[in-house]
Design a protein around this ligand. Structure first.
Ligand code: 4AD
Ligand code: MG
Length: 447
């Protein structure tokens, strides 16, 4: 009888039966009478044993890693003392070659290995994706996005899909990718926040998972030209509600992924020391952060590199290196709050009675620094006009955003989280570049 086709990840339910599997050869060990294959199909790894006549064919001579094959046979539990993925092996009674792979000087195994320079692997990303660590990261990424969606469903936050092609900026004109749009100027979106805000009166609380684009020429461990931006906007809340919402969602997502049998195990493999954060997160006022930096001699380097480093003053932006040093010293998630208005975007709400500062927050994580940024938004039309003026933003293209304050304004706030930065923290990766399917950073857009 024709054996049932089973994905490798589902084999456990089929032990003792004859099954049919498809996959790619991940590893190969050839002995005189037997060949041991580790087969991979994305859902797991399986040991396939070929012996007898099955290794005496011409095709068998061409077996190398990355060939694709089909095999049938009995799925047997391994005897005590033997190990293989899943605790079982397929003893093949038939197999066929589907797609050969190079056997000469350009075998897959010769292209790169664990010690190869990252840039080699990045150029060969389409093949590097087949290796265990990249595949595990992308698998966890999928579980993380599912977990965020599950958390939002639990809190009745609806998913929307705002456009990528826009004609307004959110985070300042200097990092916009501009292009010609039927004779008009348009941009690739930096943030879907303004669009999310327009959804509140229609749908209530909303979120999106959307690509954002930043034309910053920043060659750092955590800057991408295109990244996956998870953004959320919540109506009729105050700043405290916003902070509590963020920590609830982050902790919920981490717990959910750790409890997932596949993704949870991958997290343990990639980041064995990981400890789930606990609520409440540490709250740190911007002014106290400046004091901390100065107490610990963490200096500010002026943009002009010929100037000597100096200590931080109130009003200074906290640069990436200083932020990371501080976060690593504290060693826990930090809500860095209440930034000066002049450092932040036009839409951020001032603190009542302390208008030079804003109800704003960055979530900082060890090893990465900022993984999310959010704020309460200005609710008053006149205050918003003042915000436009301060940032030199023309009112006209933003008329639709202004309308939100005219037609039933509400106290509201939200945040944006960089999915790759979340993963770099969660999986202890050196750079966010490892956390995208195909990385996009200054100068790099292929494959
Ligand atoms: O701090 P940002 O610029 O804030 C906003 O865009 C707000 N409009 C979000 C909102 O309130 N809805 O970006 C938010 C997050 C950052 O904290 C960071 O994690 C990520 O997006 N991010 C980047 N990730 C990778 N590469 C870049 N160049 C990034 N720029 C921002
Ligand atoms: Mg930010």
């Amino acid at each position: 009888p024709r054996a049932a086709r089973v994905k490798i990840g589902h084999l456990k339910l089929h032990r003792g039966s004859r099954v049919r599997v498809f996959g790619w050869i991940h590893r190969l060990r050839v002995q005189s009478q037997m060949t041991f294959i580790t087969l991979r199909d994305g859902t797991g790894y399986l040991q396939v044993v070929l012996k007898g006549d099955l290794v005496k064919t011409l095709d068998a001579l061409d077996l190398v890693t990355e060939c694709s094959i089909e095999a049938t046979g009995d799925l047997l539990q391994l005897p005590k003392g033997k190990t293989a993925p899943g605790g079982h092996e397929l003893v093949a009674d038939w197999w066929r070659m589907i797609g050969r792979a190079p056997t000469g000087v350009d075998t897959y195994a010769s292209l790169f290995n664990a010690k190869s320079d990252l840039s080699v692997r990045q150029t060969l990303r389409h093949l590097d994706l087949r290796a265990e660590t990249p595949a595990a990261i992308i698998t966890i990424r999928a579980a993380v996005l599912s977990a965020f969606r599950a958390m939002y469903a639990k809190h009745t936050v609806i998913e929307v899909t705002p456009p990528c092609i826009v004609q307004t900026s959110v985070e300042g004109g200097s990092s916009l990718f501009k292009f010609d749009y039927y004779g008009q100027e348009a941009y690739l979106t930096q943030s879907s926040q303004l669009y999310l805000e327009t959804c509140l009166p229609s749908l209530g609380d909303v979120f999106c998972v959307q690509e954002s684009f930043r034309a910053e020429n920043s060659h750092t461990r955590r800057h991408l030209a295109e990244y996956t931006h998870l953004e959320t906007e919540l109506a009729f809340i105050d700043f405290r509600d916003l902070l509590e919402h963020i920590e609830t969602v982050i902790c919920g997502v981490v717990d959910m992924v750790l409890a997932d049998p596949i993704a949870g195990k991958f997290v343990q493999q990639l980041n064995p020391g990981f400890q789930a954060p606990t609520r409440p997160f540490k709250r740190l006022d911007y002014k106290d952060a400046i004091a901390f930096l100065n107490e610990h001699d963490i200096m500010l380097q002026e943009e002009d590199p010929t100037l000597p480093a100096r200590s931080h003053r109130i009003g200074d932006d906290i640069a990436e290196a200083a932020e990371r040093k501080m976060t690593d010293m504290m060693g826990v998630p930090i809500f860095l709050m209440n930034f000066p208005k002049r450092l932040k975007a036009f839409y951020m709400k001032g603190i009542a009675g302390d208008e030079e500062y804003t109800e704003s927050v960055d979530l900082l994580m060890p090893n990465v620094g900022e993984i999310a940024g959010g704020s309460m938004r200005i609710t008053d039309v006149d205050e918003l006009m003042e915000g436009y003026r301060r940032d030199g933003i023309p009112e006209e293209p933003y008329h639709w955003y202004t309308d939100q304050r005219k037609y039933g304004t509400s106290e509201h706030g939200g945040y944006g989280l960089g999915v790759e930065r979340f993963l770099a923290w969660f999986l202890n990766r050196w750079t966010v570049r490892e956390c995208q399917l195909y990385g996009r950073w200054p100068g790099h857009a292929a494959p």
